[in-house]
Design a protein around this ligand. Structure first.
Ligand SMILES: [Zn+2]
Ligand SMILES: [Zn+2]
Length: 398
């Protein structure tokens, strides 16, 4: 992502002043009262109440704490959905501003407070004075951070109950100038897979290794050999990461343990690459275990699917952003990120696009997502909401 560009104030959006002020108030209130995935009861209650007060049909409890708002105008059969997330993270906030989290060990460190406020602002604007013909569907999703909310809504019949033609979402991006839009066709966010390798040997006295089977020595070799999956088995033009993130034993000073558990995380841009990693990991771990007389069990889980933008919808985002904010505010072919978003699960069912909106480069706005001193940038609320209202009005023309 570009970071060299000087921070700048986005052009004033044409949303009413009072709505922009309200979005800021909602954002601070949600930030102060964060809720973890599938526990977004207060958050979803507030959103539902505002949607209802604007005359939008509200469907609560979709996929747990999810909400769907439906706003229909005219007779058009087209339907466009926009998604925002509602969940926070189990992180103790280190910011000390007035609206910092009042809930211990819980924080909106990914800006979902901003995304939800933005979409709520857009929905209210469209309900009051939007000019379109068709159906706008506002999806407020639970539990994005654990990658389970999108699937929960889909399993709850989201696409059958609310037929839509395409779905869109945005994510704020620290390090990108405030309000700048970055999008790309194809893979924009990665798959996330997790793995767990259990090596079982035979515990013994540290001074009598020959009486047991040492899973630590085998495990250490497995950790080293896993590095060759990306470096020796992947096509160098493909992107993938395999990271071991924990190595657990019983940890007794003078005992060789009977078992080692290795866990980690793998990222790539396609399920096929995940298949290659999965197969190589099983072969490497079981081969090394066998060489050391140990037993081996591998679990490889697909947590997040990749987020793959359809070309037409990515192009719609780039063109609309250029029209609204100026061509020099838009990167239509940004590099993909190896982070993950479960929005990819929606894109397995419908065309759509996911794009980044610059959160800024200064202070808390420029700190990485999930940092305990990160904060969403209030100055981009108007631009995001403006984009959503214009997307509905241009994709569902009156
Ligand atoms: Zn996040
Ligand atoms: Zn996020």
């Amino acid at each position: 992502m570009e970071t060299a560009r000087a921070p700048e104030t986005p052009a004033r959006a044409s949303l009413p002043e009072d709505l922009c002020r309200q979005m800021g108030e909602w954002r601070h209130d949600l930030h102060r009262n964060p809720e973890l995935g599938f526990s977004e009861k207060r958050t979803s209650g507030i959103i539902a109440a505002h949607l209802r007060s604007a005359g939008i049909a509200v469907h609560e409890g979709v996929g747990g704490t999810g909400i769907v708002g439906v706003l229909q105008r005219g007779t058009g059969s087209g339907a466009i959905a926009i998604r925002a997330e509602m969940d926070a993270l189990p992180i103790p906030e280190e910011n000390d501003f007035g609206y910092a989290s009042a809930t211990p060990d819980t924080m909106h460190a990914c800006g979902h407070d901003g995304h939800a406020s933005m979409l709520l602002g857009a929905a209210l604007y469209l309900a009051r004075q939007g000019t379109f013909d068709g159906t706008a569907v506002f999806i407020f999703q639970p539990d994005e951070e654990n990658g389970r909310g999108a699937r929960a809504m889909i399993s709850d019949g989201l696409f059958e109950r609310f037929p839509i033609d395409a779905i869109y979402a945005l994510h704020n991006l620290p390090g990108l100038a405030p309000g700048r839009v970055a999008v790309r066709s194809g893979a924009v966010m990665a798959c996330e897979d997790t793995f767990r390798i259990e090596l079982t040997g035979k515990g013994t006295h540290a001074a009598m290794p020959h009486r047991g089977v040492d899973p630590i020595v085998a495990g250490a070799q497995v950790v080293s050999a896993l590095q060759t999956i990306v470096s020796r088995e992947m096509d160098p033009v493909e992107s993938a990461v395999v990271s071991v993130t924990d190595f657990m034993t019983s940890g007794v000073r003078n005992v060789i343990p009977g078992q080692v558990v290795i866990t980690g995380d793998a990222r790539s841009y396609s399920p096929q690459t995940g298949d290659v990693i999965d197969a190589a990991m099983r072969r490497i771990a079981s081969g090394i275990a066998a060489a050391h007389r140990a037993e081996c069990a591998v679990r490889y889980n697909r947590e997040f699917t990749a987020t793959i933008n359809t070309p037409r919808e990515a192009d719609i985002v780039a063109r609309l952003a250029a029209t609204l904010f100026g061509a020099d505010e838009v990167d239509a072919d940004c590099p993909p990120l190896l982070a993950s978003d479960d929005f990819g699960a929606f894109l397995e069912h419908r065309p759509g696009a996911y794009f980044f909106l610059g959160n800024g480069t200064d202070g808390s706005n420029g700190r990485a997502l999930h940092n305990p001193r990160y904060d969403f940038n209030d100055d981009i609320l108007a631009r995001g909401a403006e984009f959503w209202t214009r997307l509905i009005e241009t994709r569902l023309p009156a």
